[in-house]
Design a protein around this ligand. Structure first.
Ligand SMILES: Cc1cc2nc3c(=O)[nH]c(=O)nc-3n(C[C@H](O)[C@H](O)[C@H](O)COP(=O)(O)OP(=O)(O)OC[C@H]3O[C@@H](n4cnc5c(N)ncnc54)[C@H](O)[C@@H]3O)c2cc1C
Length: 322
């Protein structure tokens, strides 16, 4: 818990994180006449801003570039009065007063609010091999739902052996001509039912005791991976046009330890109104425990979190209408 701060808060709601969840929360909160500040440590858009092309967000039948979608979301929220500033949120402080005041502490200072919406998203672990950054968005992906359809009737490789890798690999067999799963051990870590389904799938192939050493290609994107067998060190090449990497995802929730309830992996637990275990603090998007981490679900969460936070603030003021 951060340093205790007291005083009349400048903001009704402070949102931490400016991805789709935070920006949608900002749009709804500002449009709900809440004085709302969004604090983003980099540029608005979150993971979407790094996505080449989004073709499963409703309303854009031809698809839309990730950057354009992010910019439009920010523009729309600002139009209704959302204030956006840059800052890396380091912790939350909480006053003892009634009503409570939250202090959102960044490296540049503190912002006081009646309610806080957490929307910090999550980051995919990288493999850290040559070619991974170079071909990101041109064959290297961390999301089968997002990018699988780009690899219809093509060969793809999946890296990892846990539930996500095996489930996403199985999902990819609906589109790809063949899915080769490369795992550093001699058996999968995924749950038995998920494994059985994958092992029985004729379009799935398994390469055991092996790691991807490099991802290689040309101007059009990925063409092959170089695989190293363990422990012999023998290397060989596997042609493919896509490499899906599922070696873990880390929610950006480190600073919340001891403040709100989280699961073992650090995802924030909420109810279906996005309330966390701490009254006045709400969470939305990829940072919370949920089934599907996508733009559309992040936006849905953001809208719900904003309404729930606004209602919380209205209740404090005695002006709630539902
Ligand atoms: C390569 C890739 C392609 C994808 N393609 C698609 C697709 O085609 N369709 C689809 O629906 N989904 C896609 N996704 C998933 C989608 O982008 C995410 O589900 C969505 O962005 C989650 O939104 P969010 O707002 O919860 O989190 P994020 O987008 O992760 O945004 C969180 C924001 O919070 C900021 N932040 C974190 N910590 C702090 C802090 N301490 N202080 C201040 N700011 C902080 C981050 O900088 C970031 O901007 C893709 C993801 C990736 C990585």
């Amino acid at each position: 818990m951060g340093e205790l701060q007291v005083g009349e808060p400048e903001w009704d709601i402070v949102i931490v994180g400016g991805g789709p969840a935070g920006l949608t929360a900002g749009l709804y909160a500002a449009r709900d006449a809440m004085k709302t500040l969004l604090v983003e440590r980099m540029v608005s858009g979150g993971q979407v801003a790094t996505t080449e092309w989004v073709e499963n967000y409703p309303g854009f039948p031809e698809g839309i570039s990730g950057i354009e979608l992010s910019q439009r979301m920010e523009e729309q929220a600002k139009k209704f009065g959302l204030q956006v500033i840059q800052g890396d949120v380091q912790t939350l402080g909480l006053s003892d007063g009634r009503p409570r005041t939250f202090s959102v502490l960044t490296s540049e200072g503190a912002h006081l609010a009646r309610a806080v919406i957490l929307a910090m998203g999550a980051d995919w672990n990288r493999l850290g091999v040559p070619g991974e950054e170079e071909f990101r968005g041109r064959g290297v992906s961390y999301c089968a739902t997002c990018d699988g359809p780009f690899f219809r009737d093509q060969e793809v490789v999946v890296v990892g052996g846990g539930d996500t890798a095996v489930e996403e690999g199985t999902y990819l067999t609906k589109m790809a001509s063949r899915v080769t799963l490369i795992h550093r051990r001699d058996r999968l870590r995924a749950s038995p039912i998920v494994q059985q389904r994958a092992l029985a799938n004729p379009k799935m192939q398994f390469v055991w005791n092996s790691v991807v050493e490099a991802i290689e290609g040309g101007p059009k994107g990925v063409e092959r991976v170089r695989i190293k067998e363990l422990p012999s060190g023998h290397t060989w090449e596997k042609p493919c046009s896509g490499v899906f990497i599922f070696v873990g995802m880390v929610p950006n929730t480190g600073f919340l330890k001891g403040l709100v309830e989280m699961d073992q992996r650090g995802y924030v637990l909420t109810d279906d109104e996005m309330r966390t275990s701490l009254p006045g603090v709400f969470a939305c998007g990829d940072a919370r425990r949920k089934l599907l981490r996508q733009v559309v679900t992040a936006c849905g969460d953001g809208a719900t979190a904003a309404r729930a936070a606004a209602r919380y603030v209205e209740e404090l003021r005695g002006t709630a209408y539902d």
